[in-house]
Design a protein around this ligand. Sequence first.
Ligand SMILES: Nc1nc2c(ncn2[C@@H]2O[C@H](COP(=O)(O)OP(=O)(O)O)[C@@H](O)[C@H]2O)c(=O)[nH]1
Ligand SMILES: [Mg+2]
Ligand SMILES: [Zn+2]
Length: 295
Amino acid sequence: MNSEGVIIKGYNGFYYVWDGNKEWECSLRGKFRKKNQTFLPGDRVRFTILDEQGNKAVIESVMTRQTEMTRPSIANIQQVVIVIAVTNPQPDLWLLDRLLIMSQFQGLTPIICFNKADLLPDDEVKRLEAAYTATGIPVFITSGKQGGGLAGLKGILKDKISVLAGPSGVGKSSLLNAIEKELCLKTGEISEKLARGKHTTRHVELIRLADGGFLADTPGFSQIFLPKELKREDLIGFYPEMEGYRPLCKFNTCLHRDEPFCAVREALGKGLIDEGRYERYRVLLEEVIREERRF
Ligand SMILES: Nc1nc2c(ncn2[C@@H]2O[C@H](COP(=O)(O)OP(=O)(O)O)[C@@H](O)[C@H]2O)c(=O)[nH]1
Ligand SMILES: [Mg+2]
Ligand SMILES: [Zn+2]
């Protein structure tokens, strides 16, 4: 009998495939080994059932990947949840803006999550959120520790393959554990990871969500380089709240620095664009220009 599903992890030469109802331990046909073809979590595969009771099957074919992400290697990611702590560690808005550029550049939908909201007064959290309201990018305020704000976040993760990104220590693994715990309570599953109390980020794995969809954890990182192919005049296109003004600039080569009749700067002057966002744009623009010159 044939079926299809999504690889949620590879481990010890087996691939674990979720078909919408249960998990199958799948081996590979020899032809894949000969071709040295590798499979990633997120890959959609067709498989033949070998042992219904024992949940054993063999993978027959893999469908074309829509997206492919490295470090960690995951196929068919649709959304990137960029997690930033409102404090402890201090919010790194440079990294947030770089990740927003990167994810859009790769064709992935960004989502912002300001976590550890329990540690900061509401008005200060609101101020962080306000800088990103005009972007139209969804912003969630959460506390992975106390469970606050998780309902909204879970809503947007439904039926999608999403990945958590952001610096280390911001609470990515805690968020994942909080979300997975609910799945286990709902389905009565016993998770080894929960028994151990903590996720490890060594094995790349998609975590099933209770309402459908998958979420993967990633280890933190502190540095993100902008894509080498990014051109100076295209950078503004990754600032959703600014790019709408670009066609109104007098010169179509405008980089929105100090050119006359720049509609982006006029909007900034009217308070329609967040100053911090614009200042970081200016610095990242110089970085893009420096990179262009190196090649
Ligand atoms: N106060 C508070 N602490 C949190 C929250 N989320 C995570 N933490 C703590 O922050 C630390 C880092 O969390 P972790 O999930 O490992 O962060 P990761 O490196 O991004 O995966 C741990 O000590 C957590 O208990 C939160 O929402 N509120
Ligand atoms: Mg972690
Ligand atoms: Zn301009």
